[in-house]
Design a protein around this ligand. Sequence first.
Ligand code: HEM
Ligand code: HEM
Ligand code: SF4
Ligand code: SF4
Length: 389
Amino acid sequence: MSDSKTPLLDELEKGKWPSFVKDLKKLSQRSPKAKDLLGQLELSYKDKKTHWKHGGIVGVKGYGGGVIGRFSDVPEEFPNAAHFHTVRVNQPSAWFYTTAALRQLVDTWDKYGSGVLNMHGSTGDIIFLGADTDALEPFFTDLSSNNWDLGGSGSDVRTPSCCLGPARCEFACYDTLALTYDLTMTYQDELHRPFFPYKWKFKMAGCPNDCVASIARSDFSVIGIWQDNIQIDQDAVKEYSNIQSDVCDKCPKRCIQWDGKELKIDNESCSKCMHCINVLPKALRIGKEKGACILLGAKAPIVEGAQLSSVLVPFMKMEPPYEELKSLIRRIWDFWDEYGKARERIGECIQRIGLGNFLEKIGLEPVPQMVSQPRENPYIFYEEYYEEE
Ligand code: HEM
Ligand code: HEM
Ligand code: SF4
Ligand code: SF4
């Protein structure tokens, strides 16, 4: 028999990767909540069942989202983990912090919570795990007096997030940070007060490389794109080798030619996949007429299967005050509000109701870019067909 109080959890420290058990043990020397969290987890391993129970809405005044309530079902044994609420804090665009801001955040958390945190959750926010109900209000007051705000949770706008865009990346076709900040400020009500059928995620990517994986992880993806030709510096092309095999043969549209002297791109056929630009970054640049493509409907497999988002608007200028974009968002939300079922994501709702009907309701014309191959979607009818008949 081992002397350790957590013999089952100790097994997790034996692998070759860093273990959260080690971290929690270290933290538990100064955090009673972390200590009881470990104790309760060990009990769960022993009993082969969770000791967290559902029930009880918790939050801070004026907000419906941002705090996810957790209660222990063995509070007598682990009183410090009786409440273990998760607080989502809205991260700065693209996660740019000053060290002073980070220190201020962790000091505040040490004061009110367990000390356990997650930088960053998959939604993007800073996640603080383990607060007592009584600590929520003072913790929030402290945060907000230092200009932090809560993020989204539940059926509302989740904290918008973006790639680092023009702050560090030459491929950015619009200012992802500015748009993320603007949407965050514009939709405060939708972020903090859940009244949607289900969650709504905005993710902003500066170019089709989509470093934030918005196409898979957000209901509404804004992906930077250009409309004109890829810019070519022919002298710089010559500094690269294997152009035929590394670039031309791998272009999905086979629309690049290299004769050993000059690189030619048939821009009409280019799908803007970024491959050639990624491989020849010194020689090729995105075009000059920049904006974004709007996609809709991605989700992980919960009610229905996983879905990638698909093109809704092939090209839109992306400049403040983003009125065209906001008008589109408003029309989609009105539709979802009226037709969405509880816990149905927008992508599922459109599938159920039909793309043709959805487009009609939001007042958008069907365009070929919405369809990935000819006759794939039998529900879109073009006006011209009727005119011929
Ligand atoms: C008290 C028991 C807990 C339960 C029942 C629980 C369950 C959940 C649920 C249902 C969500 C998603 C909420 C939403 O989509 O709005 C969530 C968020 C999350 N929880 Fe927990 N959680 C608990 C404690 C913890 C702990 C102790 C950790 C890690 C040490 C953790 C890690 C996370 C992470 C990483 C997220 C995602 C945050 C994000 O991406 O925004 N949770 N949790
Ligand atoms: C059978 C096991 C699991 C089920 C059924 C499940 C289910 C789910 C569901 C339905 C979501 C919401 C997805 C959405 O955004 O639509 C989710 C999100 C998430 N899950 Fe799981 N999950 C499981 C296991 C896990 C495990 C083992 C982890 C981590 C070790 C995990 C971490 C997360 C995180 C971090 C998110 C947030 C993702 C995001 O916001 O993009 N899940 N999970
Ligand atoms: S998505 Fe494009 S713009 Fe954003 S960081 Fe990635 S490569 Fe750069
Ligand atoms: S962006 Fe993609 S499709 Fe367009 S020319 Fe380059 S490799 Fe081909």
